[in-house]
Every structure is written in C-alpha cells, then in structure tokens.
Design a protein around this ligand. Structure first.
Ligand SMILES: [Zn+2]
Length: 386
C-alpha cells in the first residue's frame, strides 16, 4: 500500500500546491493586515513540523491556522503561552518567523464579498465602525460626537475585546465535555461576551458545525442569526455534525474521566497477579496464619478486618481456614457491592483451577440467580408431586 506523501499533503492543506489568487488590500489597510508576512513558509517546513510537532501532540486565515495547529508553536493564539498572549499579545508582539503557518483559504478568496471587504478593509472599517454610528447619532439625536465616541470608539473597543475573548477566555475557563487534550473550553460567560462563541470545546471538535451551543438553554445568538439567515436565503448549506458523532465524543471524554478516577482507587490485586495455591497449600498456610478465608476461589487475609466486620467477629472467625463462598454470597448473607470491593483489597492468593474471576460481586449475582432458578424448579416439582 502506498502511503501518503506528507510534504505533498501539507502543500494541499496550505494551498501552496496550486496557484493561489491573492487579494492585496489597498493602501495602509494592506499593511495593517500583514498578508505578505504569511506567505513565506514552505510545504517542506510544514511537513517537518507536522510530523515532529502536530502528530506528536496526539499521539479567514489565522482562524484556520488556529484550528489546524491548536496549542502548537504555529497556533497564532497559542493558549499555552498564557491568557494575555492569546487575548491580545499575539497582535502586539512580533511573531517568530520560524513558526509561521499557512492554510488553504481558496474558498474565502473565491467569495467576492470577502474579496471586496479585504481589498477595502480600512475604508469599510472606518466608515462602518466610526462614521456610520456618528452620522446615525447626528441624524436622530443631533449628537455627532456622542455617536462617534460611544457608538463608535468605545463600541469598537468592546467588540474587539469580545472577539479576543474567543482566543483567550474560550481557551481558559470552563468545561471540556468533548475532548480535553487541547485547551478549548465551554463556558457560559465566554458565550455571553462573544455572542455565543463560548462553547468553544465543541467548536474545536466540530469546527464546520455552524452551531456553538447545542442545548436550547445555552446562549448562542449567532447560531440563531445564521439559522434565520438561512430561512430567508442569506445563508445556505448549514453544516452540522451527526448527533452520533457528537455523542461518541461526549461518551469517550466521560469514559476517559471515569478511567482516570478508577485508576486513582485501590481495587486490590488483580486475580492474574496473585500467587496460585493448591487446596493443600491453602490448608498449610491457614494452619500457620489465622485469618485466611476463601471466597469465590480467591484467598483473602481477613485478620486485619476482623474487628471491622459489620456482622460481628464471630462469623468471620468461624470462616478462618475455610471456603466461605456460599455463606458470603447469600448462604448466610448476600454481601453488598461495597463489601465485595472491600474484600478484593484483602486478596493474597488464588486457588488452582477454581475458575476465579476478579468481579466477585458479579459471581455472587450469578449464584443468586441460579439459586432462585433452583427454588422455582423445586416448587414446580413439589406442586407436580402434589
Ligand atoms: Zn480556539
């Protein structure tokens, strides 16, 4: 089987495999947007980087790169470098040219609205952000400067901070219900200040899904706006990941957390780790050491537990040196799951050919079900005989 050429694949992902149409913004707007500085990195460099860094981690332009290189040196908002760096530092500091990255943005370049906006960015920005609110305020309230300062400058500052929060706050506070291997998180506070982009862990897992919030009670007005726009033909082909894929992610993350929790607890030695004793060996050991009891083919040292037994010492003492399987599993008392857990921490050996399994509580349930069945059979026979 021929395996994929990594350098070639990186060239495709970066869009360097084909002649890229480039939109050059006019005047100082172009310089402000720094489009030029993003084009120098080669597919070879990216290939080296992908293998060495991106793969190792798992063992609009910047946004796409942020998704492709989340939490690596090439991530322009690298959240690992701290809150302020991902919030605004990335913009104020000169980026390390070694860590430039590219993403294929031909879909954006092909969109005439994006092209017009990009080309005339500064003009559009100044007019829409500052001049229009000022004119609006002048027309309705006869207050040009009020509109300019409050609805223009201060609003722009606030919106900019809100936008930055998608890279900082959304990688900083909240839950990680879908995957915790990267820094993106879900939090209602982030959603509140970013008009819905706060369910960022979901967004990084399912980036082309137009939604951020999945539940009806989670705040995502942007999703609603896009949905409404689709109803009147202003947006189309809204992408959604299948609920199955989403639920798989949730389940796997929960499982991971459960496994972590499990590994922190003392479950006693595994049956496979225990020394194997014959029946004779058990009797010899039990003669020398008081407290050895067999339950479900496993030898337990109950000497330290004697005084702790909720059912009293006498019962435990009477089982020393004996097989207490039936008594323990319902003959005298059907012990709780917690009792079985506790018992498993007292394991010292396993009896040869006993067919012992680690889950002694499961074994008990089997015994009880079997006993019930036998009782039913017996009653049947009795009524037949009668
Ligand atoms: Zn992000």
């Amino acid at each position: 089987m021929e395996s994929i050429d990594i350098t070639e694949a990186n060239a495709v992902a970066a869009g360097t495999n084909k002649q890229q149409k480039r939109i050059v913004a006019s005047g100082i707007g172009g310089r402000l947007m720094g489009t030029k500085s993003m084009t120098t990195v080669t597919a070879e460099e990216l290939a080296k980087d992908s293998v060495a860094e991106v793969l190792k981690r798992d063992k609009e332009l910047r946004l796409k790169i942020h998704h492709r290189y989340t939490d690596t040196h090439r991530d322009p908002y690298d959240a690992r470098r701290g809150f302020w760096y991902s919030h605004i530092g990335w913009m104020l500091l000169v980026p390390n040219p070694k860590y430039k990255a590219r993403a294929d943005i031909s879909d954006l370049v092909d969109d005439w609205i994006v092209r017009v906006q990009h080309r005339h960015y500064l003009t559009i920005m100044l007019f829409m952000a500052l001049i229009l609110p000022a004119l609006f305020s002048k027309y309705f309230f006869d207050d040009f400067w009020g509109g300019f300062i409050y609805a223009g400058l201060i609003k722009s500052f606030m919106i900019q901070q809100a936008t930055f929060c998608v890279n900082s706050l959304a990688h900083w506070i909240g839950e990680q219900p879908f995957d915790d291997r990267r820094t993106s998180r879900d939090h209602f506070l982030t959603a509140f200040v970013t008009f819905g982009e706060g369910y960022h862990n979901f967004h990084h897992e399912f980036p082309s899904d137009y939604r951020n919030a999945l539940k009806w009670y989670q705040y995502d007005p942007t999703k609603i706006l896009i949905w409404c726009a689709s109803k009147v033909g202003l947006a189309y082909n809204l992408k959604k990941f299948s609920q199955n894929a989403i639920d798989q992610g949730i389940l796997q993350q929960k499982q991971k957390k459960l496994d972590e929790m499990r590994s922190q607890l003392n479950w006693g030695p595994q049956v496979s780790e225990l020394p194997i004793w014959s029946q004779e060996q058990f009797h010899e050991e039990a003669a020398n050491k008081k407290g050895l009891v067999i339950v479900s083919g496993i030898v337990h040292d109950c000497s330290s537990f004697l005084t702790e037994h909720p059912g009293g010492q006498a019962l435990v003492r009477s089982s020393f040196g004996k097989d207490a399987t039936i008594a323990f599993n319902g003959g005298v008392y059907a012990h709780s799951n917690a009792a079985h857990n506790l018992l498993s921490t007292l394991r010292v050996a396993v009896i040869k050919d006993s067919g012992a399994i680690g889950n002694t509580y499961g074994r008990q349930l089997e015994y009880l079900a079997k006993a019930d069945l036998e009782k039913v059979e017996k009653n049947k026979n009795k009524s037949k005989a009668a």
